[in-house]
Design a protein around this ligand. Structure first.
Ligand code: NAP
Length: 462
């Protein structure tokens, strides 16, 4: 059997449910808190009191690193999810169950088993704040969620057993979803693989799905990248293409097959926002969502494009930047540049659009021909100029000075006419592939809580 790992805040029932579940499965139950206490010969309150939380987290990491790879049920400490290395180790080859409960229930259960506080707040407030703080990681830890507020540990253990045996996708939903995928533009090998995973006689009921939502989505490198990452990190997931002219249809199919998440591309980054239960602040500001995470019946939207743009230029904090373009990806770029404290001027073919975006993010703006007076440290191209088969560059060779860093968000071809001209002029250059790499890394972290080194992504894409 795969290991079964229970995640969740304190008081959600991990120890009680884990003990019963392990007994029913006839495997050992390993509670990481108990292993820390055994190994150190001290109770957790005493470790916290004498050595502080940081030392406790070190001990927790050591215990998690030494856990067996199979045939057991593991109960984790409530904060274990916050460490990406813990997540990588716990998720490998496991089925992960997130236990939740409402705040009043957790408060009642914790009042019976006092522990050192993690903040100076009253207990109920601390619980609310900690759960909010850890919400992303808890969502990332879940292959399956269970609210234990109104169930006994026995009932909860039964429900987990039924998930282990039957998965969460009813057979009719599998059939319907497969017919929908088969009616779309999927290539034959992917269609055959989905048929086997969704409806084949040998299907693994615990396999879960993610995918790229777009129309079209054939250009995306995400299926190739994510499926390689699943193999590497021992995740029982398959990443496919959700292609349809309606984002509403895509979201319905994704919910029907209990998808873990979606990457969202053209033309749905704005429209998807109306289909979500919650949207993170940055995505709200940018006005676009490129990542959807489903957990515990809630669809949350994020934007990782801005993080992908921010990462390669982090060293240029405070620079004077010119942003070319005022469309969707330019909004993510403006957010990233403003976040780095840059002095940003947005130039656009249609100046009124530059003005609207600039006013939203507190930038300057102008028409395209204002470029020559600006002499920026950084130029970011957020227009499709130079995207295959277009061979135009948004700037002429004579406009590029060797002191400039030139960042082209276009990534097909990898070396665009602008990047080629900038290299010729002696500029430092950053290609659009960098954005894809870093935004995918952030997306993977949102889906699974695992931090993939960018070298691993580069190796897979090479
Ligand atoms: P968009 O919303 O359609 O916006 C396009 C922008 O480019 C608008 O400001 C438009 O100006 C301007 N533009 C279009 N054609 C132009 C032309 N011939 N001359 C001058 N300006 C022109 O598109 P988007 O979603 O922001 O995407 C823009 C590009 O970013 C895409 O082509 C894609 O290659 C790239 N991108 C890269 C990544 C990555 O991961 N590296 C991610 C997303 C997008 P008007 O306002 O005047 O129409």
């Amino acid at each position: 059997m795969r290991r079964c790992v229970l995640f969740g805040y304190r008081g959600t029932g991990k120890t009680g449910i884990g003990t019963i579940l392990a007994r029913r499965l006839n495997v050992p139950f390993l509670d990481t808190d108990a292993l820390i206490e055994e190994g150190s010969g001290r109770t957790i309150p005493i470790i916290f009191r004498d050595d502080g939380e940081e030392r406790f987290r070190d001990l927790e990491r050591e215990v998690i690193a030494a856990l067996p790879a199979g045939n057991c049920v593991i109960g984790t400490g409530g904060g274990a999810v916050m460490d990406a290395k813990n997540m990588e180790r716990l998720r490998a080859g496991s089925v992960c169950v997130l236990l939740t409960a409402d705040l009043a229930t957790i408060g009642r259960r914790l009042a019976r088993a006092p522990r050192p506080p993690l903040t100076s707040l009253p207990l109920q407030e601390e619980i609310g704040q900690m759960i909010t703080h850890r919400r992303r990681q808890y969502a990332a830890s879940a292959d399956f969620c269970m609210d234990t507020s109104a169930t006994s540990p026995e009932e909860a253990a039964d429900e987990i057993l039924s998930f282990l045996e039957q998965g969460t996708i009813p057979a009719p939903a599998r059939e319907t979803a497969f017919r929908w995928f088969a009616s779309g533009p999927l290539p034959a090998p992917e269609r055959a693989q989905l048929e086997s995973l969704l409806t084949g006689p040998e299907r693994d009921v615990q396999t879960r799905f993610l995918g790229i939502a777009g129309w079209p989505a054939a250009h995306s490198k995400s299926p190739f990248l994510f499926n390689r990452l699943f193999e590497r990190y021992g995740l029982n997931y398959h990443y496919t293409r959700f292609e349809d002219p309606s984002i509403g249809t895509i979201m319905r199919v994704a919910r029907d097959i209990d998808a873990k998440g979606l990457s969202v591309t053209i033309p749905f980054k704005k429209d998807v926002m109306a289909c979500l239960d919650e949207i993170d602040d940055a995505a709200q500001q940018i006005g676009a969502v490129n990542t959807v995470v489903f957990a515990c019946g809630i669809a949350r939207g994020y934007n990782t494009d801005w993080l992908g743009i921010r990462k390669p230029i982090t060293g240029l904090q405070g620079a004077r930047a010119v942003l070319l373009g005022a469309g969707g990806v330019a909004a993510a770029a403006a957010y990233a540049l403003a976040d780095l404290g840059m002095e940003v001027t947005i130039l656009n073919r249609t100046p009124a659009k530059a003005r609207t975006l600039a006013e939203h993010f507190g930038c300057r703006w102008g028409a395209w021909d204002a470029f020559d007076g600006l002499n920026p440290d950084l130029v970011v191209n957020a227009t499709p100029l130079g995207m295959q088969p277009d061979t135009r560059s948004p700037l002429g060779a004579d406009q590029l000075k060797k002191e400039m860093t030139v960042f082209d968000l276009v990534y097909t071809p990898p070396v665009t006419p602008l990047i080629a001209a900038a290299r010729k002029a002696g500029c430092a250059t950053i290609t659009g592939t960098e954005v894809f790499i870093h935004q995918a890394r952030e997306q993977f972290r949102l889906f699974f809580g695992i931090d993939v080194p960018d070298t691993v992504i580069r190796e897979i894409l090479a």
